[in-house]
Design a protein around this ligand. Structure first.
Ligand SMILES: *Cc1c(COP(=O)(O)O)cnc(C)c1O
Length: 457
């Protein structure tokens, strides 16, 4: 059979509300053309993020009923610990309320002022937590990873030559080396097993611990199965186990590949580091057997970690992004290629060649997709990453102007995707009519969340 179906049927439904284009034009104006300021009930298809937006299974909901809410040593904790250990093999498993809490604790115990932490690409919360500890986050993805239309099977790979030179020079100031799988900030691109192994080997030469930012480890493992020679006959669990075998620990946002709406963890082998991490955990997250979560959350997480490794799920998951990518490419729309695991990234600069970076083509595309189809995506370009010249106040544009459409897990069906594709293609047909945007108000930090925009006349 050629038709790939969603590997689930629907047992509970949530209505989504249709709005008219006229209503959406008004809503956009009221939201000052910032999709973050639109109410969720006014969105038809929400591709803002894949983080914490997934649908839990009947088995996860059932597991929640078995949650043990004992303050210390609950049964839920041991089920969670066993599920994480089965995949990662790490000795110490520390629950946290989400990924950035694991990052904050790890860097607080292991990083000091002036340190340097290499990674393929640090995710923005990771970078922020490193910088908060007055250390430097250094990105060294392979050059191919930065060219949007260039096809490469593992565009998330670490540049090993650069890492090797970097470590030779700075190893005394490197407390931890990291790799993000899949590489979220670089388009959800996978990292090869060989690259993970070699990154570990280079770090271990200097006895530097190797931590994996494991948010999308299952998607990455399935890409390895599909693309890396020698892994076709292995199952995804075995591949994931091999990935973690090269590392000394990991941070994880369970809101991604653990298929829950909230949760995360920090895991490691080092006893002293784990003791320090637990001491800090008690200070801000809670007792080490719940870490800011309810017992039932830990149970849902344990089941999610098992379900995410089902191959029919992963096949459908990766195919979804690939399918949308193919249809957009056929229509002449430039995207980051090949598509990654959790999202499609549209090149807004190519979409709107007449709108300069100073008028935020990515933000324009987000507004237009909402006007046309009630679809919400997020700008990853000069609004999110642009800087201002401190002397002249002039905007310095970002390297790329992208719009990310990220896909909640097990939430939307193929017809939702077909509808979204049609909306994007129609928006492309109307590209000549689109107007640029200007910022009318902005906060001092992380402006993309709350900035206000107006149409350029
Ligand atoms: C989401 C994410 C994080 C942070 O996790 P939160 O649960 O949002 O705090 C860290 N790294 C990567 C790669 C992510 O995608």
């Amino acid at each position: 059979m050629k038709t790939l179906i969603e590997p689930f049927r629907i047992k509970m439904v949530e209505s989504i509300r249709q709005t008219t284009e006229k209503e959406r034009i008004e809503i956009l104006k009221k939201a000052d053309y910032n999709p973050f300021c639109i109410k969720a009930e006014d969105i038809l298809i929400d591709f803002l993020t894949d983080s914490g937006t997934g649908a839990m299974s009947d088995r996860q909901w059932a597991a929640m009923m078995t949650g043990d809410e004992s303050y210390a040593g609950s049964k839920s904790f041991f089920r969670f610990e066993k599920a994480v250990q089965n995949i990662t093999g790490f000795t110490h498993i520390i629950p946290t309320h989400q990924g950035r809490a694991a990052e904050r604790i790890l860097f607080s115990v292991a990083v000091k002022e002036g340190d340097k932490l290499p990674s393929n690409t640090h995710f923005d919360t990771t970078r922020a937590n490193i910088e908060f500890n007055k250390a430097e986050a250094v990105d060294m993805v392979i050059p191919e990873g930065k060219i949007p239309t260039l096809e490469h099977p593992f565009k998330g790979n670490m540049d090993l030559d650069r890492l090797s030179d970097f470590l030779e020079k700075y190893h005394e100031n490197v407390p931890i080396g990291m790799i993000t799988i899949t590489n979220n900030s670089g388009g959800g691109q996978p990292v090869s097993m060989e690259n993970i192994r070699e990154t570990g080997r280079l770090l271990h030469k200097y006895e530097i611990p190797f931590f994996i930012d494991a948010c999308r480890f299952a998607e990455n493992a399935y890409f390895i199965k599909l693309r890396e020679p020698g892994y076709q006959s292995k199952n995804v669990l075995e591949i994931a186990q091999e990935i973690f075998s090269y590392a000394d620990g990991c941070t994880m946002s369970a809101k991604k590949d653990a298929m829950v709406n909230i949760g995360g963890f920090l895991a490691m082998n080092d006893d002293t580091m784990a003791m320090n991490a637990r001491n800090l955990l008690i200070l801000t997250e809670g007792f080490p057997s719940y870490g800011g979560l309810a017992g039932r959350d830990l149970d849902a997480l344990a089941v999610g970690l098992e379900e995410v490794l089902h191959e029919d799920y992963l096949k459908y998951r990766l195919r979804t992004a690939e399918y949308m990518g193919e249809r957009l490419t056929e229509a002449g729309i430039d995207i980051i290629r090949p598509t990654g695991g959790h999202a499609v990234y549209i090149d807004a600069k190519a979409f709107y060649p007449n709108i300069p970076a100073s008028q935020f083509p990515g933000q324009v595309l987000c507004a237009e997709l909402y006007r046309k189809g009630g679809i919400r995506g997020v700008e990853i370009g000069s609004v999110m990453f642009g800087r201002k010249n401190p002397n002249t106040g002039e905007e310095i544009p970002a390297e790329m102007e992208l719009v990310r459409l990220a896909f909640p897990r097990r939430v939307y069906t193929q017809s939702h995707f077909d509808f979204a594709i049609e909306s994007i293609i129609e928006t492309y047909g109307e590209r000549e009519k689109a107007k640029g945007l200007k910022i009318t108000w902005e906060p001092p930090f992380l402006r993309h969340f709350t900035a206000k925009f107006g149409l350029v006349d």
